[in-house]
Write a protein that binds this ligand. Structure first.
Ligand code: ADP
Ligand code: MG
Length: 254
């Protein structure tokens, strides 16, 4: 990968028939960072991810991933990424280990068995490795899904709403898995509707609202957008949720 940003997006626009979704989206993600694209349902998060993963063409603007322009070099982009969608893509009939070995073979890896064993350890799935995925909990499935997406060591991974539909415990398990990705230098772009998820995981958070990024910063920077915490008996810092509603609310009022 080049020394520049792992992901660079400039002036991205996309409309579906009669529905403008992205109206000029700009952001960058530094290598090895976790970047959260936060937005309500229908904000256009999946549309951004689809453009960045070459599944959809933008109407205007440019985007590059791992140094490759998505429009000019889609094949190079696809070699550099993996994409995990909202619904786990694991095979229920196979065991966790078999799922991993299958994908490793499909991706022409030299030692599929070893890769599977390493990933099972990394994602704490060793005990369940030889059970059918049909018996796994939601969190285990999603962790397996993320593990599968890492085969071949893509430098950039897209996680589109990785914890939607999971219970709180499973969500914590997935958060740990995502943190461990970035700790190894993988660049992660994750989308979420959950403010707390962005707060827990992301180095930088961007809020996509009405087709544009309305705020982009670290959690500390975002919190600084609100007036300082009032000191009463106990100091209460504004949560990201306070910031989100303060900003979105402010934009929507006439
Ligand atoms: N293929 C499509 N055709 C028409 N409208 C679409 C299509 N895909 C998404 N949309 C609409 O575009 C908007 C943004 O969708 P999406 O990017 O999936 O949002 P998010 O992932 O933030 O929930 C939504 O209003 C959605 O209904
Ligand atoms: Mg979506």
């Amino acid at each position: 990968m080049t020394a520049g940003p792992a992901i660079q997006v400039r002036g991205l626009e996309k409309s579906y028939p009669k529905l403008p979704v992205l109206r000029g989206v700009d952001f960058e993600v530094a290598p090895g960072h976790i970047f959260a694209l936060l937005g309500s349902n229908g904000a256009g998060k999946t549309t951004v991810v689809k453009i960045l993963s070459t599944l959809l063409k933008a109407d205007a603007g440019t985007a590059s991933v791992a140094g490759f322009d998505v429009a000019a070099h889609p094949a190079r982009v696809r070699e550099s990424i993996s994409l995990t969608g909202q619904f786990a893509a694991v095979d229920e009939i196979l065991s966790g280990r078999e799922n991993l070995v299958l994908i490793a073979r499909l991706r022409h890896q030299k030692q599929p068995g070893r890769i599977a064993a390493d990933l099972l350890t990394r994602f704490s799935l060793t005990e369940a490795a030889d059970r059918k995925v049909a018996t796994y909990s939601g969190g285990m499935r999603r962790r397996l899904d993320i593990a599968m997406s890492l085969i071949g060591n893509p430098p950039v991974i897209f996680l589109d709403e990785p914890t939607t539909g999971l219970d709180p415990e499973a969500r914590l398990e997935v958060w740990d898995a995502v943190k461990s990705l970035a700790a190894r230098g993988t660049t992660v772009l994750l989308t979420t509707q959950y403010l707390e998820e962005a707060e827990q995981l992301a180095d930088r958070i961007a809020i996509l609202h009405q087709g544009r990024i309305i705020v982009n910063g670290t959690l500390t920077e975002l919190k600084a957008l609100l007036p300082p915490a009032e000191v009463e008996y106990v100091e209460k810092q504004p949560s990201l949720e306070d910031v989100f509603f303060a900003i979105v609310g402010a934009r929507e009022s006439p």
